[in-house]
Design a protein around this ligand. Structure first.
Ligand code: ADP
Ligand code: MG
Length: 140
């Protein structure tokens, strides 16, 4: 295994409930290091671009509205096999299916308002990191 990077979002349902620290601690406890982090208000255009792969899904418009309903914290995480480590601690998309001890099982409100995003591959992690961060904003 190699040290790699992934991209994470602490979603509006979580920032609204003041869970930024609690979720970041779960990421750190899973062996991930926060090498970039910023709290932003996404624009509609940014959210539509970020989730463009889901543009044809029935939940797309609701998802975009949710993602711009409040601030988010975008982060770059680094660690051994970071994509998998992050997705393991995040848990299944639907909190009803998520394992005990995962972020989504612990904090998610619904399948949509599920507290965290994590990239699903190294390729998409690189794309998603570049969508929100300049190289000089990442300090490993
Ligand atoms: P994940 O975030 O686990 O990679 P997806 O990439 O499939 O899941 O979906 C992106 C996001 O879209 C989810 O995290 C969730 O916020 C939302 N979403 C996914 N499926 C649904 C659904 N059936 N209904 C409403 N929102 C959904
Ligand atoms: Mg996904």
């Amino acid at each position: 295994m190699a040290v790699t990077r992934t991209f994470s979002i602490i979603k509006p349902d979580a920032t609204r409930r003041n869970l930024t620290g609690a979720i970041t601690k779960m990421l750190e406890d899973a062996g991930l290091r926060v090498v970039a982090s910023k709290r932003i208000q996404m624009t509609k255009e940014q959210a539509e671009g970020f989730y463009a792969v889901h543009a044809e899904r029935p939940f797309f418009n609701d998802l975009v509205s949710f993602m711009i309903s409040g601030p988010v914290v975008v982060q770059v995480l680094e660690g051994e096999d970071a994509v998998k480590a992050n997705r393991d601690v995040m848990g299944a998309t639907n909190p009803a299916d998520a394992a005990e001890g995962t972020i989504r099982k612990t904090f998610a409100e619904s399948i949509e308002a599920n507290s965290a995003h994590g990239s699903d591959s190294d390729e998409n992690a690189a794309i998603e990191i570049a969508y929100f961060f300049k190289p000089e904003e990442i300090v490993g």
